[in-house]
Design a protein around this ligand. Structure first.
Ligand SMILES: Cc1ncc(COP(=O)(O)O)c(C=O)c1O
Length: 444
């Protein structure tokens, strides 16, 4: 099968009909960048309802870690579905939830043993982290970062500082949340270069927040994505994460790492924080953990998670079918897919970087493993953000059969299934180059 293979104009007739029905009855708050109506999918290939075949470098927003409908994951799901679908792990016990918690305790880079709280999504995992941090420390304030995205429920939303549209109209927000500049090295908030940086942007926390707004002993946690996802696939340098750990440890502040998007092998390591010499206190996981089944987890140092029965729980959290999918996913990640993400990720990164020579729209290529961002600019010197051009490139890629998503104001994210092959990566890079040319030549 050749991939991609586009046979109709897009959207095709069946897709068009469904999109019209959707517009009448589904929330308009969803951010559909282009009109893809999926019929079925396998690995990194997606077929739409009109028979068009796409190469998937979006993976349902970095979720289908093992590829679409991996046979081992589907088998684990169907086997479990035949046994029982639900028994609320908050009120009863089942083997799968315990096994998954044991597996996670062994996987996370947290010292001293770990316990898991199970939820259904990334935002719920973050809610659990916020509540746990406040409960365990007896402190109320939280520090998050500009550009960060932690979800859209009201607790998480107070931390989210990615785009105004995500917050506008929903305030007032949970009090006690403060934002600091993130280490965006392409646009350094304190005007330094990565090679002469000692994470001076963190001075804001020590010399502004702790000087003028609160004392450190009021802060329960710092919540950070080691690679900002929705904010534009921005990679925090290791010295930034390490200095943050020093500051938080010194002040008895918990370090909560949001690995909802960067975790579960996507970065080429199980967790992106492993690139730094940092042991966090809590890790939030979701998206890729169960290959597409809903599951969110807050994994915390065992001695922190001592809240009493009833303090926090979720009826559906840790659903047995999702736990079965997660165990099958983790097995595949450990066997080969993390390694594949690292190797194919490096290859793809190099391919995208090589496009810079012919494509002035590309300002920066960055990322780890198969979490790669390409920032588009109108001018490499001024770094003026090419927002409309980015949207046009994403659409031009779609028309060629390549599925990618925007991130931040002007970046394109490549978050393919971790089964992506080198050949598929080459195809994606070639199609992306063609899409860039189309926009650069003003053919849109
Ligand atoms: C880093 C990060 N945290 C939290 C979330 C929220 O996850 P969910 O959409 O599952 O609530 C997301 C979603 O994109 C995310 O990327």
């Amino acid at each position: 099968m050749t991939l991609p293979d586009i046979k109709t104009s897009l959207p095709g007739p069946k897709a068009k009909a469904l999109i019209e029905r959707d517009a009448a009855v589904v929330s308009p708050s969803y951010t559909r960048g282009y009109p893809l109506v999926i019929k079925r999918a396998s690995g990194a290939s997606v077929e739409d309802v009109d028979g068009n075949m796409f190469l998937d470098c979006a993976a349902g927003i970095a979720v289908n870690s093992t590829g679409h409908s991996h046979p081992d994951v589907v088998r684990a799901i169907t086997d479990q579905a035949q046994r029982f679908l639900h028994m609320s792990g908050t009120d009863f016990y089942y083997d799968l939830q315990v096994r998954l918690a044991e597996e996670l305790a062994a996987l996370v880079p947290i010292d001293g043993g770990a316990r898991s709280f199970f939820a259904n999504s990334g935002t719920e995992a973050i809610e659990a982290c916020i509540k746990l941090a406040r409960y365990a420390t007896g402190r109320s304030n939280i520090i998050a970062f500009f550009g960060g995205f932690h979800g859209r429920t009201l607790g998480s939303l107070a931390l989210t500082a990615s785009k105004p549209v995500q917050r506008r109209g929903f305030g007032p927000f949970m009090p006690g949340v403060f934002h600091a500049p993130y280490a965006d090295c392409y646009r350094c908030p304190v005007g330094l270069k990565p090679d002469n940086c000692a994470a001076e942007c963190l001075d804001f926390i020590e010399h502004q927040l702790f000087m003028h707004l609160m004392t450190p002993d009021e802060v329960a946690a710092v919540v950070i994505e080691p690679i900002q996802g929705e904010g534009g696939y921005v990679v925090a340098p290791t010295q930034f994460l390490e200095r943050l750990r020093e500051i938080t440890s010194k002040q008895g502040i918990l370090l909560v790492v949001d690995e909802v998007q960067s975790g579960m092998g996507r970065s080429g390591r199980m967790f992106a924080i492993e690139y730094a010499n940092v042991k966090p206190d809590v890790i939030a996981i979701a998206k890729g953990i169960a290959s597409g089944m809903p599951l969110g987890v807050a994994v915390a140092r065992a001695d922190l998670m001592t809240w009493p029965p009833g303090a926090h729980a979720s009826t559906f959290g840790g659903n047995p079918v999702s736990c079965a999918a997660a165990l099958a996913t983790i097995k595949l990640l450990k066997e080969s897919l993390i390694e594949n993400a690292a190797a194919v990720g490096t290859h793809m990164h190099d391919g995208l970087k090589a496009l810079m020579e012919a494509h002035p729209l590309i300002g920066d290529v960055r990322g780890r493993g198969l979490m790669i961002g390409v920032e588009l600019v109108r001018d490499r010197t001024t770094k003026e953000r090419a927002t409309q051009e980015r949207d046009a490139v994403v659409n031009a890629a779609f028309r060629r059969g390549l599925l990618v998503l925007g991130a931040g104001k002007n970046s394109v994210r490549f978050s393919p299934p971790l089964v992506l092959t080198r050949d598929q990566a080459d195809t994606a890079v070639r199609l992306f180059g063609e899409a860039l040319s189309e926009v650069e030549d003003g053919r849109i």
